[in-house]
Write a protein that binds this ligand. Structure first.
Ligand SMILES: *[C@@H]1O[C@H](CO)[C@@H](O)[C@H](O)[C@H]1NC(C)=O
Ligand SMILES: *[C@@H]1O[C@H](CO)[C@@H](O)[C@H](O)[C@H]1NC(C)=O
Ligand SMILES: *[C@@H]1O[C@H](CO)[C@@H](O)[C@H](O)[C@H]1NC(C)=O
Ligand SMILES: *[C@@H]1O[C@H](CO)[C@@H](O)[C@H](O)[C@H]1NC(C)=O
Ligand SMILES: *[C@@H]1O[C@H](CO)[C@@H](O)[C@H](O)[C@H]1NC(C)=O
Ligand SMILES: *[C@@H]1O[C@H](CO)[C@@H](O)[C@H](O)[C@H]1NC(C)=O
Ligand SMILES: *[C@@H]1O[C@H](CO)[C@@H](O)[C@H](O)[C@H]1NC(C)=O
Ligand SMILES: *[C@@H]1O[C@H](CO)[C@@H](O)[C@H](O)[C@H]1NC(C)=O
Ligand SMILES: *[C@@H]1O[C@H](CO)[C@@H](O)[C@H](O)[C@H]1NC(C)=O
Length: 794
């Protein structure tokens, strides 16, 4: 019994002493932390916010590090010699009798030590700021971890001439990566990619159009010091100041140069232990250099993606930063290798310009690249005059729809690039083979003086078509219509998957020589037909052939789109004067016939139609590769299938918003056209939002508010405008939140009581916000979809 009590006493004694040890905030000289002793391997700051000790990451890799005690993932803010982890057994951190801190691995090898011997160092203390310091007996700091930052800066820690942040190589590792933040030789705080092959500054933007000094920064102050304080205000001697969006005291923050190369200020939510971003240096990730490696192309999007150009493949599919390697040997001995150029529009690479020439013709630019063995590609853009950049190396490639100009890759004629082009997603190592998402199937030979189109339209997955046609279109405008059209007619035959070119006879036979007319649009007459494989199709015969542009717009825009609320195009054919487009057949009539006639839709269908159109437009605006603006949304162009699901049709007037071409003539239909058309403002997706608003209001009201027959005379225009305006004005006046009786005055009286008030009110609200004069006040289609889905079930 006594023995037992003694044991109990001993146990409680040990427990209390270990718990005491676990929260100690300093390490006296001559003591050690051991990797195995679980309770004694840490030092905790007095306020418990930071912990310092052995941090196990992977199975048997440990670092001597400092982390935030309360963050969910134990966020590391500092580590000793982070490139060399130590063993989970036998490793020690000793505060030696000599006065230095020494980290040793299992065999006793020194992995890291403070250069503080001989000193009068007395103890190591972890301060509440997260700073691990060695102090002497006079309480002076003789060494501090704040002087040796890793990838993170904490409040009151300074960046100076000799201190910089270096990112970690990848998430889940502490190894140093290639991104750095520090002062450059002209005193400006910069972000730099310092990779194995190249180094380049990417922030502040190296874009020649961007002047650092215009943003209040200066290179004249040589003190080179930067820090942020507890309020979340960052100041740098070069004039860079920024503040956290949640500026104020009492929030724990850290500034980290992340593994993706972006510099972010984070705020910790102490209760959830999660970080939120309260500032970041770079809003467009493709502006960060080095992320897609040599030859790789960063594709703009919510998440950046890396892709390889035609003729190239990933060097290491598990690591996108390794870039792409050519699938050919670039030799140019004599005349033995013939080259072809593969164009990729909206794409450019930063730097490594072998030659720069302007003004210059396209052919001359191509010849420069051909003549120079080291030229890998050239970038050509027509901005008034031709501008030519021949590239000796391809780094920092990026693809946005806003980029002017096209890059042409020099590839031996023997290569069939479509086999190797790939695209993959972000840091995810699973890759999908999407052939030529960028890689155009069209190419021309560099031999011969005339452009000669080669028809290698064999796509594995078909998204390339849009791009191809954009390129074709561009060249068509550039080199003259007829030649290209002729070539297209001969050659544009096989397209991928379902989408293909038809022989002229096929649709003629299918429609029994255009027997059954089912519709008539601005761009042509539509006939019903049945293909040999028994698919029912709608064949559109385009009237005016000189208006070839509309055919190409339509083909290029919706060929291969695949969305439930967008009419599917099966193919097309083009022969001399006749251009035919072959679509899926949509059973029911267009929306106007089911709205403004006695054969009208009930509420459930109307709401379903409103949601469906919104989803289709959201797809066009936000999801589809080229961000298409339809430009002619109206009930006539909304087709209804057997169960009254809407499908958006008639892309004859659509605009690829990435295209830089100015819209020269008004497109669309009076009454549905946004005011910016008249005001000559740039056309954005918000014009479709406006038209959608008119359509939605018409769906609710059941009458034509635009009241515009397509060929309405000019004088009626003002009256038409005012009809919608009047409706908007009246409705805005009677609309109230509390009482819903106003809805009766607005809604289609033919519905009687059979409708949902909540949904009707929501549709009206959306319709009104969509037809705002000021396009910035109009919602995006994405948000409309969200709102409608939320009240779908009511
Ligand atoms: C806890 O600390 C005391 C002195 O403060 C020390 O004697 C003891 O060995 C420590 N315990 C462990 C498990 O490290
Ligand atoms: C940052 O602050 C300094 C001093 O307050 C000021 O001179 C400078 O213009 C500021 N820089 C910017 C970019 O606002
Ligand atoms: C930071 O800059 C602001 C002005 O932008 C200035 O008021 C403040 O005193 C500066 N703080 C430090 C620590 O330099
Ligand atoms: C340079 O920057 C430092 C730190 O921001 C500031 O204290 C100093 O006044 C600046 N010097 C000049 C000449 O502007
Ligand atoms: C912090 O997280 C908790 C729990 O997730 C949440 O309720 C709270 O709103 C968050 N606080 C802030 C400021 O975001
Ligand atoms: C490139 O050249 C090397 C050596 O000269 C050869 O082994 C390799 O097969 C060549 N690759 C191609 C794709 O021709
Ligand atoms: C290269 O081709 C050109 C024209 O085809 C010819 O004049 C020249 O002699 C050729 N050079 C070699 C090294 O074959
Ligand atoms: C990659 O993406 C797939 C599907 O999106 C997901 O299931 C997987 O967990 C991801 N893998 C990594 C390593 O992120
Ligand atoms: C991509 O294509 C290559 C060659 O066509 C094939 O070997 C590979 O398995 C494909 N990868 C995926 C993820 O489909």
């Amino acid at each position: 019994m006594k023995m037992f009590l003694l044991l109990l006493f001993l146990c409680s004694l040990t427990r209390s002493s270990t718990s005491k040890n676990a929260t100690r905030d300093h390490l006296p000289r001559g003591s050690a932390l051991s990797v195995e002793a679980h309770d004694s391997r840490v030092i905790v700051s007095a306020d418990n916010s930071f912990t310092c000790g052995f941090y196990g990451f992977q199975t048997n890799a440990y670092w001597f590090a400092i982390w935030l005690t309360n963050s969910k993932d134990r966020t590391i803010v500092w580590a000793a010699n982070r490139n060399t982890p130590v063993n989970g057994r036998g490793s020690k951190l000793m505060f030696s009798r000599k006065g230095a801190m020494v980290l040793t691995d299992v065999g006793g090898t020194i992995v890291w030590e403070t250069n503080t011997t001989p000193t009068d160092a007395d103890r190591a203390v972890l301060l509440n700021t997260g700073n691990l310091v060695l102090k002497n007996q006079k309480d002076e700091i003789i060494w501090q971890s704040f002087d040796h930052p890793t990838d993170t800066l904490l409040p009151s820690q300074t960046l100076t001439k000799t201190k910089s942040l270096i990112s970690v190589l990848r998430k889940g590792s502490l190894e140093s990566g290639y991104f750095g933040l520090g002062f450059n030789s002209i005193n400006v705080l910069t972000l730099i990619y310092d990779g194995p092959e190249i180094s380049s500054v990417y922030w502040p933007s190296p874009d020649p159009g961007f002047n650092v000094f215009a943003f209040g920064r200066t290179s004249y102050n040589s003190s080179r010091i930067a820090a942020f304080n507890d309020l979340g205000v960052f100041n740098s001697s070069d004039g860079l100041n920024f503040t956290a969006i949640d500026m104020g005291l009492g929030i724990r923050r850290k500034l980290t140069l992340d593994s993706d190369g972006n510099l972010r200020l984070y705020s910790l939510n102490e209760s959830s232990g999660l970080w939120s971003i309260s500032w970041q240096a770079i809003s467009q990730p493709c502006n960060i250099h080095g992320i897609c490696g040599r030859n790789g192309i960063c594709i703009h999007g919510d998440k950046p993606e890396c892709s390889c150009p035609p003729g190239y493949e990933l060097s290491d599919p598990a690591d996108l930063t390794q870039g792409c390697k050519p699938t050919f040997n670039m030799t140019c001995s004599g005349n033995s290798t013939r080259f072809e150029f593969f164009p990729l529009s909206y794409t450019d690479y930063y730097g490594f310009d072998l030659h720069f020439k302007a003004p210059i013709s396209f052919d001359a630019c191509r010849d420069i690249c051909l003549a120079d063995c080291s030229c890998q590609a050239f970038s050509y853009r027509l901005s008034g005059e031709g501008v030519c950049f021949a590239k000796s190396a391809l780094f920092n490639g990026y693809h946005y729809p806003q980029i002017l100009g096209t890059i042409y890759f020099k590839v031996p004629a023997s290569i069939k690039p479509s086999e190797s082009a790939r695209i993959l997603t972000g840091s995810n190592t699973t890759c999908t083979n999407v052939t030529s998402i960028l890689g155009s199937p069209s190419m021309y030979r560099s031999t011969g003086t005339k452009l000669h189109w080669v028809y290698a339209y064999s796509f594995a997955i078909a998204i390339g078509v849009v791009e191809a046609l954009v390129i074709l279109l561009g060249c068509w405008l550039f080199f003259g219509k007829n030649q290209l059209l002729a070539n297209l007619e001969d050659g544009y035959r096989v397209m991928s998957g379902q989408f293909r070119g038809f022989s002229y006879e096929e649709p003629v036979k299918a429609t029994q020589n255009f027997k059954v007319e089912i519709g008539r649009g601005g761009s042509g007459v539509v006939y019903k037909g049945v293909l040999e494989d028994e698919r029912v199709v709608a064949v559109k015969r385009l009237g005016d052939v000189s208006e070839g542009g509309e055919l190409w717009t339509e083909v290029s825009t919706i060929g291969n789109m695949n969305h439930m609320h967008v009419v599917r195009m099966w193919g097309f054919c083009s022969q001399k004067q006749s251009k035919l487009l072959v679509y899926e057949y949509v059973e029911n009539l267009s929306l106007d016939k089911r709205l403004f006639s006695s054969n009208f839709l009930q509420w459930k269908e109307r709401f379903q139609v409103a949601i469906g159109i919104a989803k289709g437009l959201a797809y066009l605006h936000h999801e589809w590769l080229e961000w298409v603006i339809h430009c002619d949304v109206k009930p006539e162009n909304i087709l209804l299938d057997g169960v009254f699901q809407p499908k958006i049709a008639d892309f004859g007037l659509a605009k690829l918003s990435g295209q830089n071409s100015k819209v020269t003539r008004m497109r669309g239909t009076r009454g549905y056209m946004a005011p910016e058309w008249a005001h000559n403002l740039p056309i954005t997706a918000k014009v479709d939002v406006y038209s959608y608003g008119v359509v939605v209001l018409e769906i609710v009201k059941g009458v034509r508010l635009s009241n515009a027959s397509t060929q309405g005379p000019e004088e009626e225009e003002e009256e038409e405008e005012s009809e919608l305006m009047r409706f908007v004005k009246v409705t805005k006046k009677i609309i109230t939140k509390e009482d819903e009786s106003w809805i009766e005055e607005v809604i289609d009286p033919r519905l009687g009581e059979l409708f949902s008030r909540k949904q009707a009110a929501k549709l009206i609200e959306i319709g009104l916000s969509c037809v705002e004069e000021d396009r910035n006040k109009r919602p995006t289609m994405d948000s409309v979809v969200q709102v409608l889905i939320d009240c779908e079930s009511e």
